[in-house]
Design a protein around this ligand. Structure first.
Ligand SMILES: Nc1ncnc2c1ncn2[C@@H]1O[C@H](COP(=O)(O)OP(=O)(O)OP(=O)(O)O)[C@@H](O)[C@H]1O
Ligand SMILES: [Mg+2]
Length: 266
């Protein structure tokens, strides 16, 4: 095992238990203006509290768009979204921001602030709960928040690079900072868009194990996109698949196999 993976395993202790969220999506459709076809039509599914669900599909199938539509980072054309009994569909402004406070999101492209340090970027995870300059930079931060941000960096094996600017990190290191920032938010539901795409195979495995452990110990609900069919089978309770603008797969992972999932891509 490489030193990064060892460090993640050694430090990946779960934080205190918090309530997890469920997600209900009904009749979600999205068609980008100026394009010929809908990205997806009439997509419905439920994710129970504490469940880990993988979303698969070919490049361009609409996985990132679906993930973003679930929290209205991209506005769906139609459909209802319900987060733990709270209707997200009709909310806007401050009410929407409040409802999304415990929604962690790891983007396919890390979306870090390049000129700021890893530690400051992690601290920004706190902005979902508290605004203000104390969360803009690590030098202004409350000591307890700085310590918590360091702990999140420990969890992804990056404490040694806490003060490194993010534009001086590798792709895999940046991805791990993005994961630490999402953990800083203490999410009750975590959306992760190809969270291990830029990690070496062993670190990718260990990050997925960290998610699985958080999912068990904290009852964290996890909805992740992955092209690793092995990750989908091993780390998800359920697998959803997008193909030809429709949700064509919604199946318990124990009833799927590497072969059946590869065929889904064919
Ligand atoms: N803002 C946008 N405007 C127009 N079309 C878009 C926009 N964002 C995405 N698309 C299109 O929507 C489709 C789905 O894109 P999306 O990024 O959701 O796919 P994906 O399944 O995540 O693919 P990948 O596996 O490559 O990440 C693609 O055809 C893409 O070109
Ligand atoms: Mg994508």
């Amino acid at each position: 095992m490489n030193h990064v993976a060892q460090s993640i395993l050694a430090n990946g202790q779960a934080s205190a238990a918090i309530l997890s969220d469920s997600l209900q999506v009904e009749g979600l459709s999205k068609h980008f203006q100026g394009t010929d076809t809908a990205v997806f039509r009439d997509v419905s599914f439920n994710i129970n509290k504490g469940q880990a669900v993988a979303l698969i599909g070919a490049n361009g199938a609409g996985k990132s768009t679906l993930l973003r539509c679930c929290v209205r980072l991209v506005e769906p054309d139609t459909g209802k979204i319900n987060l733990s009994g709270e209707d997200l569909s009709g909310k806007s402004g401050r009410a929407l921001k409040k409802a999304r406070r415990r929604v962690g999101f790891i983007f396919q492209k890390h979306c870090l602030v390049p000129r700021l340090s890893a530690l400051t970027n992690v601290l920004h995870g706190n902005l979902a709960h508290r605004s203000g300059p104390r969360n803009w930079a690590q030098s202004f931060a409350r000591q307890e928040d700085r310590q918590r941000a360091m702990h999140c960096l420990e969890q992804v094996g990056l404490v040694d690079l806490a003060y490194q600017r993010c534009d001086q990190l590798s792709g895999g290191q940046s991805q791990r900072v993005a994961i630490a920032r999402a953990l800083m938010q203490e999410p009750s539901i975590l959306f992760a868009d190809e969270p291990t795409a830029s990690l070496d195979p062993q670190s990718g495995e260990v990050v997925m194990e960290l998610f699985a452990r958080l999912s068990q110990s904290r009852d964290l609900t996890l909805f992740f996109v992955s092209h690793h069919v092995e990750h989908a089978l091993h780390f998800a309770d359920r697998i959803l698949g997008l193909r030809s603008s429709e949700l064509q797969l919604d199946s318990a992972s124990h009833s799927e196999s590497i072969q059946s999932l590869r065929e889904f891509y064919a």
